[in-house]
Design a binder for this molecule. Sequence first.
Ligand SMILES: O=P(O)(O)OC[C@H]1O[C@](O)(COP(=O)(O)O)[C@@H](O)[C@@H]1O
Ligand SMILES: [Mn+2]
Length: 668
Amino acid sequence: MGFTNEQASEENLVEEIISKQEYLKLLSKGYPTIAAASTEIINLEAILNLPKGTEHFLSDVHGEYEPFIHVLRNGSGVVKRKIEDIFGNYLMDDEKKSLATLVYYPEQKLEIELKEQNNINDWYKINLHRLIELCRYVSSKYTRSKVRKALPKDFTYVIEELLHEQVDGIDKQQYYDRIITTIIDIGRANEFIIALSKLIQRLVIDRLHIIGDIYDRGPRPDIILDTLMEYHSVDIQWGNHDMLWMGAAAGVKACIANVLRISARYSNLDIIEDIYGINLLPLATFALRYYGEDSCKQFIPKINEENIYNSHEIELIAKMHKAITIIQFKLEYEIIKRRPEFKMDHRLLLDKINYENGTIKLGENIYNLNGNLFPTIDSKDPFKLTEDEKILIEKLESSFVNSEKLQKHIAFLFAKGSIYLKYNSNLLFHGCIPLNEDMSFKTMTINGKQYKGRLLLEKFESLAREGYFYKRDTSEKQYGMDIMWYLWNGAASSLFGKDEMATFERYFINDKSMHKENKNPYYRWRDDEEMCDKVLKEFDLYNKESRIINGHVPVKNVKGESPIKANGKLIVIDGGFAKAYRTQTGIAGYTLIYNSYGLQLVSHEPFESTENAIVKERDILSTTLVVEKKLDRKTVGDTDIGEELKNQIKDLKLLLTAYRKGLINEIV
Ligand SMILES: O=P(O)(O)OC[C@H]1O[C@](O)(COP(=O)(O)O)[C@@H](O)[C@@H]1O
Ligand SMILES: [Mn+2]
């Protein structure tokens, strides 16, 4: 006689319980009774059905801390939209603007109102009511427990009470009013308003993804990092500029020289000195000593509105800029020679210069250099560092490695960052997956072994970690450090995605055709769905809705380029936070928003200043484009966390059966 289906599945269950017995016993410590396990199953099931939390994606913020912080505070326009949803019909535009400013900058806005309002208590009352209503609206899609965790300790109880109180009966309305009046009476309104505003800011962004390039060009990457370090939920996909700074912090001299070169180029040396505490006097004295007579015209820094320099300072920066650039080329030689696998010999150019004529021979052609002053180069041994250069770079290395603040920021980039990330079925990385012309994955030989596709990226990541974390003077650390520099500018680097970085040509040869850097074939294939599917598959993403999300290459909006590629399978969100790139993009940055209704791409107009945002209540104008709208709202059950919860539910159900069958005893 055979088993019925029911009997068979019972048997399977028992077998499963027995095979997982040790684990289930452990689990029973957290859920010691049938009642406790049942309650948790019910809770988890409920969470699965809540709408999915909102993800915001930003990239290429390049030190532009003001617009960056503003879009975090205004949720890339979401806060305003929520205000419109609730108060659309019964607040005037000015009032809505004021409320929005209060949410974004509560401390500063309060200061202004305290001076201007005749009846501040009335103002408090009205605004507290509005904030609570807004707060209730933005928190409605989360569980109480999640909201509770986001609440400031001082006000946990009161805010919970106000958020969840059903204000239908008269008694309750009175109770609710009473709480608000008491807050005002006991002089806690300011703190309460600040707490509510920050809670709103926090609830509109459930998860923040930064697709790389926090560093370079803009004025204060350090403020961006400090902000991210305090942020409730964030991950970072390293950009080539981030990797450059990570290499510098690890002590890679060629990276240090590059970091200083770019900081000089964009008049940002003060953050190196004032924020990271790296003494630049040695570089300044060196530059004056060797380049004192040279006007260093090609090295005049790009002017940064925040740092107004006088002509003497500009001259000095130009000299420092040139001095460190030459040192960079010499240091790069050492790595290129040490690592033939990097195949970067073609980037060795100092030995192609005719120092008498001021020309350079590249291939069959001879080009004029725009200057012929190379006081530290010995034409017979052009890559050799002079004694003074050696001493200088040693000093700089020690300053970078010992800068506490820099090390803190870089350790954070390692802790929260990676070379790529799979998140809710999307694939996030800064630059590209290196490809050949025929769409096959580009191979790189590392330590004699060949890597490509996902394995190449993973190898890069583990080597970069070794470069930073391994003990000094080990060959593993040295290789890792060299790879960090390679990731900045190597042809198979997924962060860089170009065949070479034409830095020498861009400074010394006027012929623009020589400045061209060729992008990896990946960028030609970006509009091709087949390529996207191939890449997604390489990363085990088979979901029809999976997408690739990239930064790195500014989207030329002005020329009509769309950030949405391959029918929406690939989205590029480098929209030009960096001022230097805005003429190309025509906008001032994108935020991609992925909420329960689908995907939206928000493009931002330039941000005037934080001051105007507060005093004149000027918000960033943002335009929203719906990339994809879902018919069914996405729930937590559809996300990665949902998958984990489902597994937990399965185990809890097993535990429940084990209790019922007496295979495990309840702890009562
Ligand atoms: O605009 P700049 O400062 O000259 O920088 C140009 C250099 O930056 C790079 O584009 C790399 O930076 P991005 O990652 O921001 O593109 C190089 O390929 C290029 O040589
Ligand atoms: Mn980049």
